[in-house]
Design a protein around this ligand. Structure first.
Ligand SMILES: NC(=O)c1ccc[n+]([C@@H]2O[C@H](COP(=O)([O-])OP(=O)(O)OC[C@H]3O[C@@H](n4cnc5c(N)ncnc54)[C@H](O)[C@@H]3O)[C@@H](O)[C@H]2O)c1
Length: 277
């Protein structure tokens, strides 16, 4: 792996992962539609819009592996989700294959499985249950990854990222928190582990209070160095209310699964989601 492309490098995760990856590969090509500042040692800057085919061809040229973080990271109007997260992802993968890229790490999300009840242990082999249009686009990305592995022979790791912010603030994010160091380790496994076809893993640190069994990640060599346990007492005593309505509080997706988040009254679907396992 000589040249790695990091999309979404101007975002919350991307900015920190750019630092964490400094020096890890001979060349890190950082890409986003926002200003990325000037190139550091071993960096290339590639300003690009993921919805423009000509931009995609340019940013994948000469690349060995891609960490695809770029796109809409919360709920949005369907047309925008479709253009950026669905069509944009397909065209990025297609451009990558045409350019001879061998590996892709796809930033999926816990919102691909957000309608599973809290407490149900998931290991990545379960069928998706997206909790919003954004989550649905991540299910598409996982299917896209499977297809490009099966049909074109790319090695792809889909990471259902939990909560990658500085620290957990609620019981739900205590379970799903991942440090930037641990998430970077997982991304590097996706780029470097031998014989990867397509796997789905959870982007979480070594948290005790979790609903996820990350055995696939461990099999691939993942050894998280951080844990949300160090914040548990602080979260327990903070009194910060868990966001979300009755349904959001019952399912793993939290506020993303709450009525009103998407502006739709969806009670019928929501009741079905709660009772089905
Ligand atoms: N932060 C988390 O805890 C979390 C949890 C689950 C999944 N994820 C996923 O991880 C990835 C990164 O998350 P984040 O929190 O850094 O999100 P973010 O919104 O902070 O960053 C996303 C980046 O993508 C860029 N982008 C959006 N549309 C683009 C376009 N058309 N062309 C080029 N760039 C575009 C944005 O400019 C932004 O810099 C996303 O795919 C997100 O869905 C994040």
């Amino acid at each position: 792996m000589k040249r790695i492309l990091l999309t979404g490098a101007g975002g919350g995760i991307g900015r920190r992962m750019r630092q964490a990856l400094a020096g890890a590969y001979p060349i890190l090509r950082v890409s986003d539609m926002v200003d990325l500042g000037s190139a550091g040692d071993g960096e290339e800057i590639a300003v690009a819009d993921l919805t423009r085919a000509e931009d995609l061809e340019r940013i994948v040229d000469g690349v060995d592996g891609i960490i695809h973080l770029g796109g809409l990271s919360v709920e949005n109007a369907w047309d925008d989700i479709l253009r950026t997260n669905i069509d944009g992802a397909y065209r990025l993968f297609e451009a990558a294959y045409n350019a001879g890229v061998k590996r892709i790490v796809f930033a999926s999300s816990n919102h691909a499985i957000g309608f599973y009840p809290r407490g149900q242990i998931l290991d990545g082999s379960e069928r998706p249950r997206p909790d919003c249009r954004y989550g649905l686009s991540k299910v598409f990305g996982e299917g896209l990854s499977q297809y490009f592995a099966d049909n074109y022979g790319l090695g792809i790791l889909s990471i259902r990222i939990g909560w990658c912010f500085e620290k957990p603030e609620t019981q739900r994010t205590l379970g799903s928190w991942v440090s930037i160091g641990d998430l970077t380790q997982l991304c590097r496994i996706g780029l470097e582990v031998p014989d990867l076809h397509h796997e789905i893993v959870y982007g979480m640190s070594d948290n005790s209070r979790t609903w996820w069994d990350n055995k696939t990640a461990r099999r691939l060599g993942y050894r998280p160095n951080d844990s949300s346990d160090v914040w548990a007492a602080e979260v327990d005593s903070s009194g910060v209310p868990e966001p979300g309505d009755e349904v959001g509080l019952a399912v793993q997706g939290g506020p993303f699964a709450s009525e009103g988040y998407q502006g739709d009254p969806r009670r019928v679907a929501v009741q079905g989601a709660k009772s089905e396992s």
